[in-house]
Structure formats: C-alpha cells, structure tokens
Design a protein around this ligand. Sequence first.
Ligand SMILES: [Fe+2]
Length: 346
Amino acid sequence: MSRPSVLIIEDDPALRALEARLATAAGFEVHLAEDGAQGIAMAVQLRPQLIVSDYHLPGMKAPEILATIRRLPDLAAVPVLVATAEPPDRVGPELSRLGASGLICKPFQPQAFRKQLREALGLDREAPAPATAPAAPSGPSALVLIMAAAMESPGSTETDATLRHLRRVSLLGAALGQTLDLDPELVRGLAEYGPLHDIGKVSLPMRLVRGGHRFTPQERAEMESHTLLGAELLRQAGVPPIAHQIALSHHERWDGAGYPRGLSGEGIPLAARVIAAVDVYDAMRSHRPYRPDIPKDEVRRRVAELRGSHLDPRVVDALLRIEDVTENIFAEHGDPSAEPDPEVWR
Ligand SMILES: [Fe+2]
C-alpha cells in the first residue's frame, strides 16, 4: 500500500537532503522543490498529502506560497508546515491566519522533525506507547452536537436519531483510538471532530441531503463534494488539521476506490480510516425505516468482510476486538428498536 506523500520546499541543498532523509525515515514518499514557484507547480501536479516549506525562499516567501495554495481547491485542505529560524511570535500569527498547520523551528532535532511530520497527518507515533494511560476524551460539546445533528437532518426538528449517531461516532472513535494505542491528542481529536465528518453537507441543497431517491451521476458528484466542502469549512474555522483530515478523507477506501482523492492504504490519514470504520459499522447497526434491522453478529461478519478492501485491516481488527465496549455504547446510546427479531430479518 502507498505511503503518505510530502512535498518539501527548501532552497538550501544540504538542508533539503537532510529533510528528505528524515521524511523518508518517517515513512513518507518524498518530493523535493527548490523554490516557491517550483513548489506550487509540483503541489498542483502531485497533490501531496503534506507540504513542508522553508520560510525564506528565493523570489517567494512562505506566506505567499501559503496564500496561493489555500486558493487552489485541490490543495486548500493540505496541511502545510513552515520551517523557520524566525521567532515564532513574530511570524506565527500571520502564518496561522494564512492556514499554516504548524511551525518547524530551526534548528530542529531530527526526531522532532519526523514526529511533527507524522503528527501533521495524524499518523500513529513511531515510539512505543508511554506507560501513562491516555486521558479520557471529552468529545464535542452538546451545542456542537446539536448543531451538527440539525445540519444532518435539515428541515426537521426530529434530530434524536442523528444525535445518538453522532454521540456513538465520538465514543466509538475514541474507544478505537485507545485500542489502537494512538497518541492521546489523536484520541481526543477523534472524539471531538469525528462527529463533524459530514459537516460539509450543510453547503449542499436540502433535496440532496434528505435523499430518498436514486442520485443522477451529477447529483452523486455533488453529494461527494461534501468531503471537500467540509474540509474547507473546518479549515476556515481554524480547528486542528485532524478535523479537516476526517472531513476530507472519511470516504476514501483502503484499496484506493474511494473519494475524493482516491488515496489508498496508509496514504489515508489514520483519523479518517478510524472514522470511516466507525461510520460504516454504525450505519449497519442503526435502525433504518426502509430495511429490517441487522443482527449484531451479522454486522460483525459484514464489517470483517470489508477488511483490506474498504477498511484498514488493523482498524477493523481493533473494532472487532472491543465488542464489550461497543455493546455498552449501543446499550446507552443505541436506537430504540434495539435487537431485531432474527425471523423478521431473514
Ligand atoms: Fe460523509
């Protein structure tokens, strides 16, 4: 499966070579540019998942590169790290306003550089887990959940089922993150931003979001754009990159057959792979008026079948391992029509 890609824009040859070596060691497929103009041209062509740019480059500095990249729809949500020896309090606010995901302070330690690159994409850490237990994630506030639920059920005050679904996405995402031994910060991000994965639907016409009919190819394409729209909304809101990664990539598939970018394997941000599994699992477990409910063992079997095709095998394995946890979550936050009658289902 493909490795995540990074474009490094650095004019100093020695530093460029060092950063390339470190990024390769951190598991990235590396592309190199020597100045801003070349960097932007390569970014447009390659659509990397991460960009690392030097601040002072010949002809064009990082703020100009950032402003250009953020105007390009294909690149608007790509995390950009800026490497600089300038004091963070002098350049940080402007870079942050322009959409930079973080600063790499020069001179940097090799290990810190590798860690920053992986964390920018929400990848699992390289080092073994620390002995301390991860902090319990709090999840989104009630207000955020209600607004997200209202957005997913437009024109209706019956948001109960959607609210329960969003709570389960938050709790299941965090439980999976902890089972996968992910960084506590990433687990918190799953709890807090997982429920906002479909936020881009707020920008779509109500007739599409409410569904109820077979989509034309044009409507399908429009519907699929909720990933791009959501990522852009969240980027503009200034929330951490993990939020846009989830919104942008939760419909990517492990085998590369998903959208919007057709990423595959570990090229898909880990947070998006976790929320994709949670969303698929939850949709199968949920009550739907147009079909009989599916018994939970049948859901487990169907999710296991998606291992390595639609879903990350490691994430599916973890999900199937935490049956006790998922049952507790569904006991507390499941739909009222709990366990179906197997006779009816058949
Ligand atoms: Fe979605």
